[in-house]
Design a protein. Structure first.
Length: 375
């Protein structure tokens, strides 16, 4: 899930909450119209935010490297270490619990899930395995974390905008090639090449936010780009009504991500009014903080809850007018994620900060020794 920035922005946590709620609406089969494609939009929202936040973190690291305050290899490994400590503990804990309880098909897919290759398993089988299927998006993000730093650290800065544009076009062409060569449909959605445009749109926003921050604050720019990207989202909604093998459908992801990018850009400078109040509200920001845990654990929570829900008449096929089943499932998922946040993730984040400080001090000590030796 998205990384933490140096300056806390509560509305970004609010957006994380929106994204994970979309996923829960889909996976918990809430009695809400499903034509909105809640789950797909939620995952894509996470990808845009990851592209934005990770690119901004890497650009700041690049500035240190260019200023001579840090070495490129050290910044690269520091980034990977921080991402590893942030994502691995709750992820592996969820897998360990599911494997210990012999929940299928966790043990049968361990080689894929433990190495963040669940998306490759889905591509190979053209099937979303229950219990671990949602890990495909985490696999794509981890693969993104491995590739993206090389672009940001080693490409000339004046190549960034062109590179991001090329990646957007490349993702569209990849999805088009999948249709042309009759590759199974899921490949378009669960592979890193098919998602690069979404990450790249987030990357463009990060670059603009650092190079031309006032552009994001200009009311006219926000209005017209909002109108344009909302129009693209509406077109994407229309394209979803076409047959999956229609070539025009390859634009859906790009158009939806463009609008989500606008939403992320507005949250950086801050939404005003009701939208700003909702996104900055304590419940939304808290859900955003624990959103990674919610995403990791929510399927496991449902599996463990289902026998009890069946006994009290709120099973899978029950239709309660107040969606009591959905409320119970969401509450349980948030509760489990909260426990993970306070007792697993936060301690690991504190350890991460200590390790990063030790790593930085060690590097600075080596530099001082080198300078002394030269003197």
């Amino acid at each position: 899930m998205p990384a933490k920035t140096t300056h806390y922005q509560p509305q970004m946590d609010g957006l994380r909450a929106v994204a994970v709620i979309f996923v829960l609406i889909h996976h918990f089969e809430a009695n809400i119209p499903q034509w909105i494609n809640w789950g797909t939009l939620g995952v894509r929202f996470f990808f845009v935010m990851s592209g934005f936040l990770i690119t901004r973190i890497l650009l700041k690291s690049r500035e240190k490297v260019d200023a001579g305050a840090a070495a490129r290899p050290n910044e690269f490994w520091n980034f990977q270490m921080r991402r590893f400590i942030r994502t691995m503990p709750p992820y592996y804990l969820a897998i360990a619990i599911a494997a210990a309880l012999a929940i299928p098909p966790v043990r049968e897919t361990l080689a894929w899930t433990l190495t963040f290759c669940t998306n490759f398993l889905i591509i190979q089988t053209a099937y979303f395995p229950h219990t671990v299927s949602h890990y495909w998006s985490l696999a794509v993000q981890e693969q993104f974390y491995l590739v993206w730093p090389f672009l940001i650290f080693f490409l000339p800065k004046n190549w960034f905008k062109a590179t991001f544009a090329v990646l957007i076009v490349a993702a569209i062409l990849f999805r088009l090639a999948c249709i042309h060569f009759q590759v199974n449909d899921v490949t378009r959605w669960v592979s890193l090449p098919g998602s690069l445009d979404t990450f790249a749109i987030g990357g463009i926003l990060a670059y603009v936010s650092m190079s031309r921050p006032r552009l994001l604050e200009d009311p006219k720019t926000r209005f017209w780009t909002g109108l344009a990207t909302l129009s693209l989202a509406a077109i994407a909604r229309g394209l979803r009504m076409l047959d999956l093998h229609n070539p025009w459908t390859v634009l859906i992801e790009t158009f939806e991500a463009a609008f989500m990018g606008w939403v992320v850009a507005c949250s950086v400078t801050g939404f005003k009014g009701l939208a700003g109040w909702i996104l900055s509200s304590p419940p939304m920001t808290y859900i955003g903080k624990v959103s990674f845990g919610i995403y990791v654990y929510h399927i496991l929570v449902v599996i463990l809850l289902n026998p009890w829900l069946e006994k009290i008449g709120l099973g899978h096929h029950a239709k309660d007018p107040f969606e009591l089943r959905f409320i119970i499932q969401v509450t349980a998922a948030i509760a489990v994620a909260s426990i993970s946040w306070h007792f697993c993730e936060q301690p690991m984040l504190k350890a991460r900060d200590w390790i990063a400080m030790w790593f930085r001090n060690r590097h600075e000590s080596k530099n001082d020794q080198a300078v002394a030796a030269q003197g």
